[in-house]
Write a protein that binds this ligand. Structure first.
Ligand code: 5GP
Length: 180
């Protein structure tokens, strides 16, 4: 059990379970992208640890770049606008693999992926550590996935609760068991 700010979290996925799934994912990607020299785009902050461990396990030539997504309110007609900060690599003609920590509602990626498609990459695929299928409101196709999890808040392994918990080596789930 760990305490972060005002909440308690219970162990959910061990370091060994995470590492094992990442090895399998990296082997699959290495096979699918042999000779394609893919460009990985990892989404900060949450995906930094997953991106690092996944990238280390690849056995092919590959590049990696890191971006941050920022959302700001646009005009009435555009609604909220999502911009990518730090994408300094030309993706035209490249085989791109997005690395995301968790796909929850799918809102973030369903807004960001079409923006990337406009830049004419050869292909775009998505690699996610976690997915909460019950939370989906904006479906996105996840091409490589480590774990499908229930609709409960998780922390650790790069994921935070209000800034803390990213350094945990395992993934913890919010303990919603209320003591009375
Ligand atoms: P979406 O747009 O898919 O709803 O949200 C994706 C982002 O929300 C993730 O990249 C992550 O930053 C955040 N998020 C969603 N669910 C969780 C969760 O259970 N724990 C943490 N720490 N962040 C989450």
């Amino acid at each position: 059990m760990v305490q972060i700010h005002d909440k308690s979290f219970i162990p959910y996925l061990s370091e060994a379970q995470i590492k094992e799934k990442i090895k399998v994912m990296a082997a699959g990607i290495s096979k699918d992208y042999a000779d394609k020299k893919p460009l990985f785009i990892a989404i900060l902050n949450g995906a930094f640890m997953f991106a690092s461990d996944l990238f280390k396990e690849l056995t092919i030539d590959a590049e990696i770049s890191f971006i941050k997504l920022a959302s700001y309110s646009g005009t009435k007609s555009t609604g909220n606008v999502l911009t990518a900060i730090g994408l300094d690599t030309d993706i035209n003609g490249r085989h791109v693999i997005i690395i995301e920590d968790i796909v929850d509602t799918g809102k973030t990626l369903s807004s960001f992926l079409p923006q990337l498609e406009h830049q004419s990459p050869a292909s775009i695929k998505l690699a996610a550590l976690l997915n909460k299928p019950e939370a989906t409101t904006h479906p996105v196709k996840i091409d490589y996935l480590c774990f499908s999890i229930p609709n409960k808040f998780v922390v650790g392994y790069g994921l935070d609760y209000d800034g803390l918990g990213r350094n945990l080596k395992e993934i913890y789930q919010l303990d919603d068991h209320v003591l009375v």
